[in-house]
Design a protein. Structure first.
Length: 250
């Protein structure tokens, strides 16, 4: 663990924030490169990224706080404290999509095409951000005796744990590469974005088995039930969309 990346005087710069910014910046560079292939100006991508960042952070924090609401009722000011981590992927997606929709509508751009372009950068940014989670001591796994288990006692976490942050990082990089391969082969706008949601949901479903999260029913967590729903819905839309595209081509 290394929660504080460096200090400027008495002001600590937290590792979690550094890797979130690094993930966002790297994703932005990849997004600009992919947008260039679609003849979308780079300044448009930068403006859109700022909108998505704002919406993503607000949505991610809001959903995380709602899920963990009992923990925040006794200390409501902690809701504003992002130094401890605490962001929800699903909330980030909803918040980012909402502001992306408003931006695309104001610029008369295709939201579906933009979402396809941003799919690979989003997953890459998540992969990099998970390194910050590991060093911050959040999003940790269950107690484990595997050789690669990590000690997060500095964050007040008892026992060596599965490094679920690294599990997800590796799988997200695989998804990133798969999406880059898929992008030029899509049959309709929005397909790659739906595919990214399905693939990431599959990653999250798998990683949840190793995370320290409360179980709901059948030994599954809330995130796993959400992941199942996303996979089914997105999978069906992709199937129907590809069938339509195939019929149109004939």
């Amino acid at each position: 663990m290394h929660r504080i990346f460096f200090q400027i005087g008495n002001f600590p710069v937290y590792t979690y924030a550094v890797f979130v910014v690094l993930g966002f910046t790297t994703g932005l560079l990849v997004a600009a490169w992919l947008a260039g292939k679609e003849k979308i100006p780079s300044d448009t991508v930068i403006e859109l990224a700022i909108f998505i960042l704002i919406g993503g952070i607000l949505g991610a924090r809001l959903v995380y706080v709602l899920v963990k609401l009992p923990d925040y009722l006794s200390a409501p000011l902690d809701i504003l404290n992002l130094r401890k981590g605490g962001l929800s992927w699903h909330g980030a997606l909803l918040g980012g999509l909402f502001l992306a929709y408003l931006f695309a509508k104001s610029r008369k751009l295709s939201l579906k095409k933009i979402c396809d372009i941003l799919s690979a950068p989003a997953v890459l940014g998540l992969a990099i951000g998970r390194i910050g989670c590991l060093l911050n001591g959040c999003c940790y796994g269950k107690i484990s005796t595997v050789k690669w288990a990590v000690d997060l006692s500095a964050a007040g976490v008892i026992g060596k744990r599965h490094p679920t942050q690294i599990y997800e990082m590796i799988l997200n990089i695989a998804v990133f590469l798969l999406i880059l391969f898929w992008l030029p082969r899509k049959k309709f706008d929005g397909e790659v974005f739906l595919g990214m949601l399905s693939l990431y949901s599959a990653v999250r479903f798998f990683v949840e088995f190793f995370r320290e999260e409360p179980l709901l029913w059948f030994g599954l967590t809330l995130a796993q039930f959400v992941s199942i729903a996303v996979i089914i819905i997105c999978g069906w839309i992709i199937y129907a969309g590809r069938r339509r595209a195939l019929k149109t081509n004939y």
